[in-house]
Write a protein that binds this ligand. Structure first.
Ligand SMILES: NC(=O)c1ccc[n+]([C@@H]2O[C@H](COP(=O)([O-])OP(=O)(O)OC[C@H]3O[C@@H](n4cnc5c(N)ncnc54)[C@H](OP(=O)(O)O)[C@@H]3O)[C@@H](O)[C@H]2O)c1
Length: 284
């Protein structure tokens, strides 16, 4: 029988820092992955207030650990690391940190996680694709970086607060990105992929991020939101014959990339996915 090794003075501590953190599935999937790989580490969730974030990151990293950062601290984490990756610099957000050569390194694995999720399940490549991103928060910035890196020819951003969408486009959009004014009717527009990077869908009473009344044509959509069951948007899209996936696979893939940053070996995505499926079946 296998099981995790005992926690000793050599066990590496990895932590999720955010507020709140109680709902997160990252501890379960990361601990399952470390156990499957026979690694001596433990992953915990720590509620962190803004003023404590930088100190916690430095302390954990200097003790040989590292971790993830979630809402509302991803921007603050980007400023707290010594060595940000290109993904952190472009998006202004950091969700993964670790120690190397006396410095704290930080990555935004949502960028690569989204790219891998799209490739594995929706589109082989976004080269030349037309993409619609709904939302203009941190997840939308990661999504925009990922689809542009992947060769999307044209990306449109639509957000409730249009000024936020403009800021995202200015920050990392370049000539291939356009903001759609809120009053503009999306009716009849065609895309190769539509992404929901808003918070709509987290609660059962939420309206759909983009309902069928908008008559937007797309063969594929990715809802970054994940809930115990599938989101209503994904369910309805599937019923209409659209290739649709919720945010569970992106959660797994961004976690696999983070695992690789901490341990230097590929994250076992299949183990993480199996653990996530198990938790979701149990209604967590
Ligand atoms: N699957 C994954 O691995 C993964 C990774 C990262 C994030 N996510 C998910 O992505 C979602 C967004 O996260 P975030 O970090 O980008 O959050 P955020 O920075 O707070 O941004 C929230 C976005 O949702 C929009 N929004 C919120 N309430 C809305 C409403 N009632 N109607 C229309 N738009 C609304 C906001 O529009 P305004 O600008 O107008 O306020 C904004 O565009 C979350 O559900 C998060 O769980 C998933």
């Amino acid at each position: 029988m296998t099981g995790r090794s005992p926690i000793t003075s050599t066990t590496r501590t990895l932590a999720l820092l955010g507020d709140p953190v109680g709902h997160s599935l990252s501890p379960a999937i990361q601990n399952a992955a470390m156990e499957a790989a026979g690694l001596d580490g433990v992953y915990v969730a720590l509620r962190a207030v803004e003023g404590d974030l930088a100190g916690l990151m430095r302390g954990l990293a200097a003790a040989g650990g590292g971790g993830n950062v979630t809402l509302p601290h991803k921007e603050r984490a980007a400023a707290a690391v010594d060595r940000p990756t290109e993904a952190v610099r472009r998006t202004g957000a950091c969700n993964t940190f670790w120690y190397e050569d006396g410095e704290i390194h930080g990555d935004n694995t949502d960028v690569e996680g989204l790219r891998r999720a799209v490739h594995a399940h929706l589109q082989d490549s976004l080269d030349g694709a037309r993409v619609l991103i709904l939302g203009a928060g941190g997840a939308a910035r990661a999504a925009l970086a990922a689809v542009l890196d992947d060769g999307a020819a044209e990306v449109e951003i639509h957000n409730r607060t249009v000024e936020r969408a403009r800021a995202v486009a200015r920050r990392l959009g370049g000539s291939r990105t356009r903001v759609i004014e809120t009053r503009v009717d999306l009716k009849g527009r065609s895309y190769d992929l539509v992404l929901n990077a808003t918070r709509l869908g987290l609660h059962p009473e939420d309206p759909l991020p983009l309902g069928p009344e908008h008559e937007v044509n797309t063969p594929a959509l990715l809802d970054l939101v994940y809930t115990p069951g599938e989101t209503e948007w994904v369910r309805q899209a599937r019923a209409a014959g659209i290739h649709a996936m919720d945010g569970g696979e992106m959660l797994v893939q961004q976690g696999a990339v983070a695992f690789e940053r901490w341990w230097g070996i590929p994250g076992p995505a299949h183990v993480m996915r199996a653990e996530l499926d198990r938790l979701r079946r149990s209604g967590v």
